[in-house]
Design a protein around this ligand. Structure first.
Ligand SMILES: [Zn+2]
Length: 498
């Protein structure tokens, strides 16, 4: 019999351990990806530019879109059988740049978040532990207890892989940079596909998430924006963000997710869970949950999303939106079981964009890399208003990196039959969806219209936002890593500016 552990046993989010055949050999182990030569880079860039010209892909008029990316995130590896593959970021970036879309956005190579920035939300104890714990080659389980491990770390969901602290602070840094550009009005839609890690708690790792970059970014947004609407279309409940702002009326959280308290992670997010039960708590009625079952279709999801979000926006009047675009809600995901196509998933981004409210697009879950890349590249196109031009190619361009990995005969937007053969059985009767809309309408009646904010409750920015501090950090990073310049150009040779 196993000894009782001094901490809660990790609750697994996935069942190990089928080796994923979907990723190339080079990322099955912890080593950098192959680096194309400058000559290959130049050829790629030329083809991407030509395709952009041919399709007429241009920067959006009247608003700015920014792309926040840290190439160092790509090289991390959770373990061979773990569903979370940072390699999906390589595929996404490759597809975005194949269409020359990087020329239509402001591109920022982001730095890692500092310790002070991480503890703007997380406890110092937790961040200290995360920064000092040694990598563990074998995930902890009931047969392999280790009393020295804490904070839900080291299990099969949240393994202690090589470079973990760097990976977390890079993800946090990219999302924070996106928030700062929104606050400074240098961007209207800021894209941070490396973020969106919505399960992480103040002092606990959870569901493949260690640092909650979304909460850190929203805290930044709240310095300038009175109210922030958080929307989550990941297949899992956005529990970490909901919990972080549970008692606040300045952040409304809305999560659409599969809900099954007994069999599906994290088991929270019932329709009736709408924040604190006490009416005296300002956060009461500010958590909206939309529980769904397997097999929901594009039409249903879009119908529901528009009805729920339009009411929330009307009542809450957010000054900024944080949209988590977890791609595990797509059909064919390794963990999710919905019938959503990229078209339905991205319609949520399009709907929010048309509201004309400053917005951050975060990544999140997504465990079939080819589908994640399709979704996030297409949603980047939605952000810049060029999705129809992108879709007109029908096929993924021949020069896209790792093109053979996209499968489905190279279709950009494969059909549900191509992805699944047979669609999953739809367990979402329309009557249930109507009930959800009714419940949300009732909850929102309790929300005071556009709650006012005293300026004194906006805390000063603890993070080093002064230009010279940013500059010093940047120089330090470059000194430490003389390959930084090369690394920025690796993989598909994206030209990035600072
Ligand atoms: Zn998820």
């Amino acid at each position: 019999m196993a000894l009782p552990l001094p901490f809660r046993l990790p609750k697994p989010n996935y069942l190990p351990h089928n080796v994923d055949v979907d990723e190339p050999e080079v990322v099955k182990v912890y080593k950098p990806l192959d680096r194309p030569s400058p000559f290959e880079d130049a050829i790629f860039e030329d083809k991407a530019k030509r395709l952009a010209q041919e399709l007429g892909i241009t920067a959006p008029k009247g608003y700015d879109v920014s792309f926040h990316y840290n190439v160092q995130m790509e090289k991390h590896h959770f373990g061979q059988t773990h569903p979370m593959k940072p390699w999906r970021l390589v595929l996404t970036k490759g597809l975005v740049t194949s269409y020359g879309m990087h020329h239509a956005m402001k591109n920022y190579t982001t730095r890692a978040a500092t310790y002070d920035e991480l503890v703007s939300f997380h406890s110092q104890d937790y961040v200290n532990f995360l920064g000092s714990v040694a990598p563990q080659p074998t995930p902890l389980d009931v047969d392999n207890p280790n009393p020295d491990l804490r904070f839900n770390l080291g299990g099969s969901d949240c393994p202690l892989f090589e470079g973990l602290y760097d990976y977390c602070s890079q993800s946090g840094g990219a999302s924070l940079d996106a928030a700062r550009k929104l606050c400074a009005k240098q961007s209207d839609i800021a894209v941070a596909w490396g973020g969106g890690l919505h399960h992480a708690k103040r002092s606990e790792a959870s569901g493949f998430c260690y640092i909650n970059d979304i909460v850190i970014a929203i805290l930044q947004l709240l310095r300038v924006h009175k109210r922030v609407l958080y929307i989550d279309i990941d297949v899992h409940h956005g529990d970490g963000v909901e919990e972080a702002f549970f008692s606040s009326d300045r952040v409304m959280t809305v999560s659409f997710h599969k809900y099954d308290p007994h069999t599906f992670f994290p088991g929270t997010g019932a329709l009736e869970d709408n924040g604190p039960k006490s009416e005296h708590n300002p956060g009461a009625h500010h958590a909206i949950n939309v529980p769904l079952n397997d097999g929901i279709t594009d039409e249903q999801y879009q119908w529901l999303f528009e009805r729920v979000i339009s009411q929330c926006v009307q009542k809450f009047q957010p000054e900024a939106i944080a949209l988590q675009c977890g791609a595990d809600s797509l059909a064919g995901d390794r963990l999710g079981k919905f019938n959503l196509l990229v078209q339905g998933h991205s319609s949520c981004v399009d709907f929010c964009k048309k509201l004309g409210i400053p917005m951050i697009l975060f990544g999140g879950g997504g465990y079939t890399p080819r589908n994640v890349a399709r979704a996030w590249a297409y949603e980047t196109a939605v952000a810049i208003g060029q999705e129809e031009k992108m879709a007109s190619t029908v096929y993924i361009p021949d020069h896209a990196p790792y093109r053979q990995r996209f499968e489905y005969d190279g279709h950009l937007l494969p059909s549900i039959e191509q992805i699944l053969g047979e669609p999953r059985q739809n367990r979402n009767p329309q009557k249930k969806l109507l009930e959800i809309v009714q419940h949300v309408t009732e909850q929102l009646r309790f929300v005071a219209a556009a709650p006012s904010v005293q300026s004194s409750v906006i805390p000063p920015d603890l993070g080093p936002i002064r230009d010279e501090v940013e500059q010093r950090i940047k120089e330090e990073i470059e000194e430490q890593d003389e390959n930084a310049r090369k690394a920025r150009e690796e993989a598909v040779g994206v030209p990035m500016e600072f």
